[in-house]
Design a protein around this ligand. Structure first.
Ligand code: ATP
Ligand code: MG
Length: 366
């Protein structure tokens, strides 16, 4: 599982990671999760979480367009969260990050490794190195060659990192970790893997995150991504169709979608065709996976993102693909604080994968 941490001003030299909350700034909302650890590492406790909607277009394609709006939403979310921790871990969208696996000689000293990484990075990164935040992680021995190691490089333009750090800062929070969304999702996925038979060892699991604007398909094997692809499908389309069909505002349509109360023909005229379209996109995405990799089946499908809870979607996906399908809940094996409403968490859990993975960074052994 990959883990990066872009170089940001940190109060480093601390023996352990400071307490922090995971903060996912996505296109539809800001999501915060605070976890604690059961003593002796027996597991996690969900202490608090909050989801606060963002105004339209404040964040698009992972870019912060309206810093004030994001910062105000962060403030509201933090108030609603009701905790005290002000250190946060945030993530950049995959599109804002260039990653590359490189091979380096094994046995380099730390300084030499850093130097080598920087000189290699020059070849792969289309910006001047002083314009980018660079991070790397040693993955392990290179497959089939004990004299080399595999190193994951991650680079992002400074502006991308700085926007998130600045938004947190003007909300009175402090970004101490900047991760990458798919890596955070992979961290949380470890909790989901434990819920699958035999931990899904040597199996392909398609983690399909259907958010507001994008559907990301990430196929994982033993916790490592073997394929990833974005498709432009998401819950906004359904919201727009509800608006058009029933003459509602965005807010009304969003609320009706979650809480019900739409006319009887909603199910047959709006929800069913949308669901059918999503199922078709998933089938297509899997087809792309099969044709572009050595694999020709997936063993499990895990639905995540806010749209995962759409009524009947999991069954429709299972029927169409003939693959065992579940809705993601990264908190299923965790204990819940008495503040948490279990049913509400169950409904919100699929959209909290990234925030959960970011919250888990608090317990990194470092
Ligand atoms: N209970 C629900 N029923 C139906 N749709 C829901 C429900 N809860 C959330 N959604 C929809 O899920 C979408 C938000 O999901 P999510 O929070 O995963 O998106 P996001 O991460 O902000 O978006 P993106 O990843 O595209 O940037 C919205 O379209 C919302 O209407
Ligand atoms: Mg998302």
């Amino acid at each position: 599982m990959a883990k990066v941490n872009f170089d940001i001003p940190l109060d480093f030299l601390q023996a352990s990671t400071p307490p922090m909350i995971g903060v996912d700034i996505s296109s539809s909302s800001v999501k915060m999760v605070e976890l604690s650890e059961v003593p002796k590492k027996a597991g996690y406790i969900v202490e608090r979480y909050a989801i606060e909607p963002l105004p339209k277009d404040a964040v698009t394609d992972g870019n912060i367009n309206n810093l004030d709006a994001v910062s105000e939403t962060l403030q509201r979310a933090w108030k609603r969260l009701g905790g005290r921790i002000k250190n946060v871990s945030v993530a950049l969208p995959a599109a804002a990050v260039i990653t590359k696996k490189i091979l380096l000689p094994a046995g380099l000293r730390e300084e030499d490794l850093e130097y080598q990484v920087e000189s290699e990075a020059n070849q792969y990164i289309p910006f001047a190195l002083d314009e980018v935040n660079l991070d790397f992680q040693v993955i392990g021995p290179a497959p089939g060659n004990p004299e080399e190691i595999e190193v994951l490089l991650a680079a992002s333009r400074k502006a991308n990192v700085e926007d998130r750090v600045a938004a947190a800062q003007s909300a009175g929070l402090k970004a101490v970790v900047v991760d990458v969304e798919p890596y955070a999702a992979e961290t949380a996925f470890e909790q989901i893997r434990l819920q699958l038979p035999d931990g899904a060892e040597d199996k392909c699991v398609a983690l399909i995150d259907i958010g507001a604007s994008v559907m990301n398909v990430n196929v994982l094997r033993n916790g490592q991504s073997v394929y990833s692809r974005d498709q432009q499908v998401g819950g906004n389309q359904l919201t727009q169709q509800i608006q058009g069909m029933f003459g509602l505002s965005v807010e009304e349509a969003e609320s009706a979608k979650r809480n019900g109360g739409l006319p009887d023909n909603y199910e047959s005229d709006v929800l069913a065709p949308f669901r059918e379209n999503v199922v078709m996109e998933i089938a297509r995405a899997l087809q792309f996976f099969f044709t572009s990799t050595q694999y020709n089946e997936v063993d499990y499908i895990v639905l995540a993102g806010g749209c995962a809870v759409l009524p009947g979607l999991d069954d429709a996906v299972a029927t169409r693909t003939q693959v065992s399908t579940m809705v993601a809940n990264p908190f299923a094996l965790m204990a819940l604080s008495s503040r948490i409403k279990p049913r509400q968490l169950q409904a919100d859990a699929p959209s909290l994968i990234v925030a959960c993975g970011l919250a888990m960074r608090r317990f990194d052994p470092s």
